[in-house]
Design a binder for this molecule. Sequence first.
Ligand code: SF4
Length: 309
Amino acid sequence: MAAYQKLYQSGELEERIRRAWAMLESCHLCPRRCGVNRLSGEKGMCRTATEAVVSSYGPHFGEEAPLVGTGGSGTIFFTNCNLRCMFCQNYTISQLGQGRVTSKGEIARMMLSLQQRGCHNINLVTPTHVVPHILEALLVAAGLGLSLPLVYNCGGYESVETLNLLDGIVDIYMPDMKYSDERNARRFSGVKDYPAVNRAAVKEMHRQVGDLELDQRGIARRGLLIRHLILPNGIAGTEGVVRFLAREVSTNTYLNVMAQYYPANRAFKIPLLSHPLMREEFQQAVNLAKEHGLERLDGIRPRSLARLI
Ligand code: SF4
């Protein structure tokens, strides 16, 4: 049984929806705390008011193995983002607004279609700024038989207050841990307090769902899965990230050490980010994770490493 089904049956899901929409009146859905009234059409950093925009949806076979299984991960890509990463590989969606306004009924139908097509989960990509919309769609879909686990696949800049609304609803949290240095976060993602906010969010996520649990087929049922994209020149601050996970979360954390960096978006203009990742940089990051006792590492399969120089 997916986590949200109990809340659906008890009526609590409707109460969470009401509270989520109320947060948009002076928007503090995420730690940007723009304070704009999204209910009256104002837009903050995420450039989203009352309507959700979706770029695409469908089974995805390029996600982490425990999400993909044999049927794929059922991704729904939401347009816009609360971060402004200069190297974002999806910047046409996250920063240029590529997508289509999509109603809660349409999002619910997408969820049900992904279930019918045999996906193992509903993978909500960049969901932070559209939590109320997602919860409304979930209410419709749950009433029509949705039972797949929900994956909250986010950039990791999340407010604990909003995460509390998702307690008992999200089964699998998959946040990024992008930086352990505030200056780098400010310079390359346009956000001032990323490490502290990100760590508080990761701890809350782990409190809710624990370490990643797999079923007999190796498919994720519930838990925390961290993504850490290795950036050139040590910009991601891997040592700080893995130390935090090992000491303050769990050495049993499932960690995807991501090797797929390449210069995209505005990264070409920044010498520190303008070249692909080197094999030694990636290997050093993996070694650091192992030295800190983290052994559940994804991303170190030969396929992921093929592009490294
Ligand atoms: S969700 Fe959007 S408008 Fe609301 S605080 Fe975050 S960036 Fe600002």
